[in-house]
Ligand binder design. Structure first.
Ligand code: PMV
Length: 325
């Protein structure tokens, strides 16, 4: 039996578009920060049962999530040359129903625990490639801190992996304004496919990501928070503009989203170094140096549609642990 933990990550330069659906390779690179408070623990036990099984937060799950586990475990079974089924128990330290980035931490923890359970020794790069097969953003959650995902170009997907960015002179904490919303209506894969197939802005978006990856890394290395703020917010809004321009348009924003964007910008105008980003849901993530976190978090609580503000320091990479918490 193997148990692993991994943190979610939030992209500063976003992944929104696939190159190859089968290998789940991205159409471009991305850049993220791993967050400690959004954490998954996953236990993998090998069994002689007929089927793989999954429980989430103590509740047995069936259907599509189990099919995803089976497809994923098949990759590791093939590497190991073994046939046992897996009994997977997974638990998040944050509310999954709120639609926060759970697939990244889930598949990163699953990659580490499944490889260990089947006795397959993988390097961090190989774990990142494996995690990517479960979810693109999971490739980044193998590592802590700032992480760069390479889009790659190889047809076997072996150059589409993440690696940590070392020597960045900045650190940020996050305040996540979690909206009172049900689970996200359009999943990332469906959203990405519809955007690629129907948005008139898709090609421009991919060019934008390639530019932002360069400038965001330069801003990080130079410790230039104002420049980074401009790039990160611009990249997030470009991703959403691209998705909104799909037909039918995909709108992830909810009633508190625009409010939180304006609060973050107002705080910045008042002199607080803070900037926002938004994934495929209504929640706004504000990044700020740790000394400003409390003030930023308190401010983001002030909307009736914000269920809670989750604060987080930077998280570490995925790793094995002794037991489930
Ligand atoms: O890893 P996926 O397939 O859940 O896609 C993640 C998509 C975004 O969260 C919106 C952007 C990103 O880079 O994390």
């Amino acid at each position: 039996m193997s148990v692993a933990t991994a943190c979610a990550n939030i992209a500063l330069v976003k992944y929104w578009g696939k190159r190859d659906a089968g290998l789940n390779t991205p159409a471009a690179g991305s850049l993220s920060l791993t967050l400690d408070s959004l954490r998954t623990f996953t236990q993998v036990e090998l069994t002689d049962a007929e089927e793989d099984t999954l429980s989430l937060g103590g509740k047995p799950v069936t259907g599509r999530p189990v099919a995803r586990i089976t497809a994923f475990a098949d990759l590791v079974r093939a590497m190991a040359g073994r046939k046992e089924r897996v009994a997977v128990r997974s638990q998040n330290s944050f509310p999954t129903a709120a639609g926060l980035a759970s697939s990244a931490s889930a598949f990163a923890a699953l990659a580490v625990a499944t490889a260990d359970a089947f006795g397959v020794a993988l390097s961090p790069k190989e774990l990142s490639i494996l995690a990517r097969r479960g979810s693109g953003s999971a490739a980044r959650s193998i590592f802590g801190g700032f992480v760069l995902m390479h889009g790659g170009s190889a047809s076997d997907g072996q150059d589409a992996f993440a690696e940590p960015l070392e020597g960045i002179p900045l650190t940020f904490s996050a305040a996540v304004a979690a909206a009172r919303a049900e689970e996200k209506k359009i999943g990332s894969t469906d959203g990405m496919d519809l955007t690629r197939d129907t948005s008139p802005y898709y090609a421009a978006w991919i060019d934008c990501v390639n530019r932002d990856l360069g400038t965001a890394q330069a801003a990080l290395r130079e410790g230039d928070i104002s420049r980074l703020a401009e790039i990160v917010e611009g990249n997030c809004l470009a991703m959403h503009a691209n998705a909104m321009a799909a037909r039918p348009g995909i709108i992830y924003f909810g009633p508190s989203t625009l409010w939180a964007i304006q609060e973050v910008r107002a705080m910045r105008a008042e002199g607080t170094p803070v900037f926002f980003t938004i994934d495929a849901g209504p929640h706004v993530v504000a990044f700020t140096p740790p000394e400003h976190l409390e003030q930023v978090a308190a401010r983001l609580e002030g909307h009736p549609e914000v269920a809670e503000v989750i604060t987080s320091p930077v998280g570490d990479g995925a790793h094995l642990v002794e037991r489930m918490p």
